[in-house]
Design a protein around this ligand. Sequence first.
Ligand code: MLT
Length: 403
Amino acid sequence: MSWINENFLKLQESYLFSTIAKKVERFTKEHPDQKVIKLGIGDVTKPIVPACVEAMHKAVEEVGTKEGFRGYGPEQGYGFLRKAIVENDYKARGIEIEEEEVFISDGAKCDCGNIVDIFAPNNKVAITDPVYPVYLDTNIMSGREIMYLPVTAENNFVPALPKEKVDMIYLCFPNNPTGTVLSKEELKKWVDYAKENQSIILYDSAYEAFITEREIPHSIYEIEGAKEVAIEFRSYSKTAGFTGIRCAYVVVPKALKGYTKTGKKVSLNQLWNRRTCTKFNGVSYIVQRAAEAIYTKEGKKQIQESIKAYLENAKIMKDGLEEAGFTVYGGVNSPYVWLKVPNGMSSWEFFDQFLEEVNIVGTPGSGFGKQGEGYFRLTAFATKENTIEAMKRIKSKKANWKL
Ligand code: MLT
């Protein structure tokens, strides 16, 4: 007999974005002549920038030679990429991170999901609500107790510190799904809380490249003492269009300690390294060379152009939706716009109506958690033409929502 992990039975039947994809597929089959605009899952539309394409070509040529051939690489990532990260993403912002604290991976979704391996199942976990479903699902899978921290318009999307002690805290800023940010002062409160309670913060900073306001922190390590309490996740998916290429990284500082049952301190960097060596064989050399090219002068310039274009889409959406009469959040430091569903409709009712009437796909807020009910998320990752077209359709049908 093979016993299953029964925690899986506590999950919703289907992953949010798979449910949406199925609904959209059905709609498209039934309405083949209608042009559906997809503003649902945050998948990018701009091609890989030339600097990265060139780097990949070069790497392909290299591995095709006797001298340049590479087999298994270091599980933690090649030194050239770890160095580029340390210098560009951290040193340039006045943050000291060591190369051995950086682990290259095939995606922040995988990192956020896999990190739970090194933590005990009896840890109490705090998760904002609404939330990127991966944090929640992976902790349900491993049977942890979960505490929800509401983030809604009522608290200005700033989660309040838990009243009781929690061991692991997930924070994502700029936030997915709400598109809102946390100031340095607010983030400091979390670092202080984690220090006092010996908790660990799992800080998802996958959208930091979209921050436009100067005072907003890009990394949790901008807060003093954060290296003793936080793991940080970063991704090239949205920044450099790597959703299909797959490359990301996680920073696990050496100062970070977890505890055994008997109270002995253990290095989380060592545990994560041990897990990585056993379960992962590293990201391909070709992809890591592409990621390295993001940090060249040309690469930086090209990537900034894409980010600027997505942020312009976000502005087009925010302005368009507001003009149509919707209440809108996010979209300034983020590629996500979070809108209030009108007339007391549920998020899924609004999803269906939006798809039927304007042929636009969004993501129902309730798919991100109970507190997301009554909200709806749209992404700015479509083409500019489709973004403009979507807003035109919405404005022309605004009477439908009695805004
Ligand atoms: C989203 O739409 O929330 C993201 O694209 C999902 C992801 O990054 O896995």
